[in-house]
Design a binder for this molecule. Structure first.
Ligand SMILES: NC(=O)c1ccc[n+]([C@@H]2O[C@H](COP(=O)([O-])OP(=O)(O)OC[C@H]3O[C@@H](n4cnc5c(N)ncnc54)[C@H](OP(=O)(O)O)[C@@H]3O)[C@@H](O)[C@H]2O)c1
Length: 368
């Protein structure tokens, strides 16, 4: 008896899904990576494809905005087709946010109309990262976001803070979660801690707005006085132009009254790590994140011991980390720093801007 009732219920639910899907377009546009004519890298092609269909545990998301990550997306586009990335046919961009358009019959986390963002590693939900979670990173595969609609397992999405626009929410999954984990999960940043942020890219500007909200004292470097001025307006405690001041680490330490910084979001790599360690306070924490000036193959051990430093290598974060960050962002009504918003048709330009342009914070692509 109960089986009959259950299957009647399931039929009703799948009819409802069919109804919602019928209201959706039959085709959508999505960008894909295709091997460039010279075979040395990928280029973007805009395709019209059948609208994806959600399975029982999936959500159909109408993407409203996506954002690019230079170190990840540009590297993927510029990698050799047939190599380890194998991105042919994959959808670019790990980051994106949108609105739930339909849900599969067994979905319980979301309903039609909910505002969501994708998590970077689709199967890293909580706890330690696994090899399987690592293999589930979005971008350059079917999990990419540069599309009018995507289908995602409901587990691989989070609700986005109400006060954020879709453009703002689309910047959270990679740069935001990385900065959050560096400062809060592993750095345990406290009010009044001095925090060093290198340059004014995506991760560092998230470090800026998050640490300001925590009552910490961020000191940010840049090659541009205009960007430093903007950072001061956002609430930076101190600023240093690393292009004009070769020994910028000494100025950073001076700004802390000689004590040094308690936290570093180390995104610079080869040209910054040794200097960042010179600016580090006793028992300070360094979040190893990036390689903007090339990988730091050699880290000087002397200053590490001298400071009794704590080092954590960060690889974005889990869904639980993303949700913890979102709660903080909502409680403090934090807004990400966005440099500009491009239209969907101009998405290839985002790669050029990231590779060669001048920007502060995040570059977003609007999809609707
Ligand atoms: N481990 C992870 O999970 C993870 C996650 C996200 C990103 N990353 C990596 O972290 C790094 C930063 O990512 P992002 O997305 O924030 O990059 P981004 O937005 O592309 O940052 C670009 C900015 O970095 C600054 N910069 C470049 N070279 C610098 C140097 N030598 N010293 C100081 N600042 C420098 C410049 O700032 P100014 O214009 O102000 O000078 C530049 O505008 C990248 O290497 C990326 O691959 C790692």
């Amino acid at each position: 008896m109960s089986r009959v009732v259950h299957s009647a219920g399931a039929a009703l639910v799948s009819c409802a899904l069919a109804g919602t899907l019928a209201a959706q377009p039959a085709t959508i546009r999505q960008y894909q990576y295709a091997p460039r004519a010279d075979g040395q890298a990928y280029e973007l092609v805009l395709k019209t494809v059948p609208r994806p269909v959600p399975g029982p545990h999936d959500v159909l998301v109408r993407i409203h905005a996506t954002s690019i990550n230079g170190g990840y997306d540009v590297e993927m586009r510029d990698s050799k087709p047939g190599g380890e990335n194998n991105a042919t046919g994959g959808i670019p961009f790990a980051d994106g946010a949108g609105e739930v358009a339909a849900v599969g019959a067994d979905v319980t986390r979301f309903k039609v109309g909910d505002r969501v963002a994708g998590i970077f590693m689709q199967r890293w939900l909580d706890g330690d990262r696994t090899a399987d979670a690592f293999a589930s990173s979005r971008g350059g595969n079917s999990g990419g976001m540069l599309a009018e609609m995507i289908v995602s397992d409901e587990q691989s999405l989070v609700a986005i803070p109400k006060h954020l626009s879709y453009e703002e929410a689309a910047t959270l999954p990679t740069a935001g979660v990385t900065a959050w984990n560096g400062l809060f999960k592993y750095g345990h940043v406290k009010a009044s801690d001095y925090v060093l942020l290198e340059g004014t890219g995506g991760v560092s500007t998230f470090g800026l707005v998050l640490s300001i909200a925590a009552g910490a004292k961020p000191i940010i470097t840049s090659s541009s006085d205009a960007k430093l001025e903007r950072a001061r307006k956002l609430g930076a405690f101190g600023t240093v132009n690393y292009r004009q001041n070769e020994d910028w680490q000494k100025e950073v330490r001076r700004l802390t009254g000689g004590a040094g910084v308690k936290q570093v979001l180390e995104v610079g790599g080869q040209r910054t790590i040794a200097k960042a360690l010179e600016a580090l306070a006793l028992d300070g924490h360094v979040a190893l994140i990036g390689s903007l000036s090339g990988f730091a193959e050699q880290i000087p051990v002397g200053p590490l011991f001298g400071a009794g430093a704590h080092l954590t290598a960060i690889y974005v974060g889990s869904r639980a980390d993303f949700e913890a960050m979102n709660a903080f962002i909502a409680a403090h009504e934090i807004h990400p720093v966005i440099d500009r918003v491009l239209e969907f048709e101009d998405a290839p330009m985002a790669f050029e801007l990231m590779a060669h342009g001048d920007y502060m914070g995040k570059i977003v692509v609007r999809v609707r």
